[in-house]
Write a protein that binds this ligand. Structure first.
Ligand code: FAD
Length: 490
């Protein structure tokens, strides 16, 4: 059994009441230790999901709510096929659980741990409250390969640099995934459940989710299909080469499935191990290592989503420029690579990692806008919104993070575009208004002549914007600001 439980008491022969299994960001049946342990007890199992929108918990953004709807529907169907049900409740999680305990006569509550500071604090309180009431409460690890307290520096403190962190992880044994359980007999009667559609998690008017529906299949089966196609299509074998080419499907696109726990990292590592050792597969597992590292950082720096990890960045004179922020959000900065990334985000609720770095660098360095505003936009727009990965990604790019890109690393959006999308395949997908420009001009349309633009049907300032800021000017402004306010310390 992986993920040793944190147990109180024993579910011995005296306690025959049902076990509540509280699902959170672990919306799957396989490799779900809380569910497996509950099923193994032989007592009736009552699976529960609680939509907690109180300040105890982090509220989902719009795209993630859309995903949640699909994922809960899928989980409910899987449980019904297994002769069970998913009970839905809305409200403060502690109160909803206490009510369910009363209604069902449950004598135990099991869940899989989260590592985001808000639910960590909430869950601690809930655990002690339920235990005081005499319940058997246990939590397990399903989300990570190595929980944050299992890895440390040689001196025993939390890690702040990725490479030694990952080296230390690789020196340990990876746990095996937990088998899918056979669920015992249903409880004598089921407690009432909300109706998923009544929660109205999906947008209605305007319905902005058509791009999400076209791309994604939320749920455990959708996650398994994504992994299968990544492995079977041999994409994983070319991962090291293709992962930086956004015009090709070079990465796994497993992030939303991982964020909602429809698949766990142990399952992915296990599937890769079955294919045998290979350097490219190692490169892919290393990316899972970044996910582990971000969760490690967040657990040990609970304010990482709101505060600079490097305090000297508190002196940064971020510009307040609502108009520029809006252009960035809409994908109308006039820099095709930046705009293509932001349009991909709006349509798919997802963005390629290379683009995430470039658009984040553009916002924080070219526009000198606070990384927290960018992170908030991502939080609302991403189907894979994950507090640890998002906060770490933004702080890394802005330069304020623990193991961050140095402040003088300012991505040139045109050079990046030419390097990572030389034939403009990615740009043409997301910016159809530039599609007829030749490859040599599509990365920087303002360098085209009047007649070249006319031939491609482009009118700068009308069909496509002029650059919101000049690259050389913006670069120098960022360097001067960092040098005087951060390095110089004024
Ligand atoms: P693959 O390349 O196939 O990698 C496999 C898995 O490894 C991913 O699904 C993800 O879980 C993990 N992973 C890969 N790269 C990273 C990384 N740099 N950091 C942490 N984990 C990683 N990822 C999120 O899941 N949610 C976010 O909210 C998020 N916000 C980000 C914001 C910024 C500014 C940046 C620079 C990165 C962010 N990332 C985030 C990390 C990364 O961009 C995505 O995880 C990745 O693009 C997802 O695509 P994939 O599943 O095809 O990744």
């Amino acid at each position: 059994m992986t993920g040793a439980s944190q147990a109180a008491g024993d579910c011995g022969p005296g306690s025959r009441g049902p076990v509540l299994v509280w699902f959170r960001r672990d919306l799957r049946l396989a490799d779900n230790p809380a569910l497996a342990e509950a099923a193994g007890s032989g007592r009736p199992v009552v699976p529960v999901y609680i939509l907690d929108e109180t300040p105890d918990c982090r509220r989902f953004g719009g795209a993630a709510l859309w995903w949640l709807h699909g994922s809960l529907r899928s989980l409910g169907e899987s449980l019904e096929s297994a002769g069970s049900r998913l009970i839905l409740r809305r409200g403060r999680a502690g109160e909803a659980l206490a009510e369910l305990v009363r209604e069902t006569g449950a004598s135990a509550v099991f869940w899989n741990r989260l590592h985001d500071p808000l639910p960590v604090a909430r869950d601690r309180k809930i655990m002690s409250g339920l235990r005081e009431g005499g319940l058997d409460v246990r939590s397990f690890n399903s989300a990570l390969l190595f929980e944050p307290w299992r890895v440390s520096t040689k001196s025993g403190s939390p890690c702040r640099v990725f490479t030694p962190f990952w080296r230390s992880c690789l020196a340990r044994e990876f746990d095996q995934p937990v088998a899918m359980p056979v669920l015992p007999a249903a409880p004598a009667s089921w407690p009432a459940s909300d109706v998923l559609d009544d929660w109205e998690l999906r947008p209605t008017s305007p319905d902005w989710a058509s791009g999400l529906r076209a791309e994604w299949r939320p749920g455990e089966a959708g996650a398994a299909r994504r992994l299968e196609s990544f492995l079977e299509g041999a994409r994983v074998e070319r991962y090291g080469e293709d992962r930086d080419v956004p015009g090709q499907p070079g990465t796994s696109m497993l992030s939303p499935h991982l964020a909602f726990g429809e698949i766990g990292p142990r399952q992915i590592v296990d599937a890769l191990a079955a294919l045998g050792p290979d350097a490219e597969r190692g490169a892919f597992v290393r990316e899972l290592g970044w996910r582990e590292f971000c969760h490690h950082l967040l657990f040990h720096n609970p304010e990482m989503g709101e505060r600079n990890l490097r305090p000297e960045f508190d002196r940064m004179p971020w510009r307040e420029d609502a108009a520029a922020l809006r252009l960035w959000q809409r994908g109308k900065t006039g820099y095709p690579f930046v705009d293509a990334g932001m349009r991909e985000l709006r349509t798919r609720g997802w963005m390629h990692n290379r683009l995430r770095m470039i658009v984040a660098s553009f916002l924080t360095k070219h526009l000198l806008i606070d990384w927290r505003l960018g992170a908030a936009w991502f939080w609302d727009s991403l189907v894979d919104a994950d507090w640890a990965n998002n906060s770490a990604g933004w702080q890394w790019t802005a330069g304020s993070g623990a193991d961050a890109a140095p402040y003088f690393r300012i991505f040139n959006p045109v050079a990046q575009s030419k390097r990572h999308d030389p034939d403009g395949a990615y740009l043409r997908t997301w910016l159809p208004e530039l599609a007829r420009l030749p490859d040599r001009l599509i990365h920087a349309p303002w360098q085209a002549t009047e007649s070249e633009l006319a031939e491609a049907g482009v009118e700068l300032g009308a069909t496509y914007p002029l650059p919101v800021v000049d690259h050389s000017f913006a670069r120098q402004r960022a360097l001067d600001t960092y040098a005087s306010r951060i390095r110089g310390g004024s």
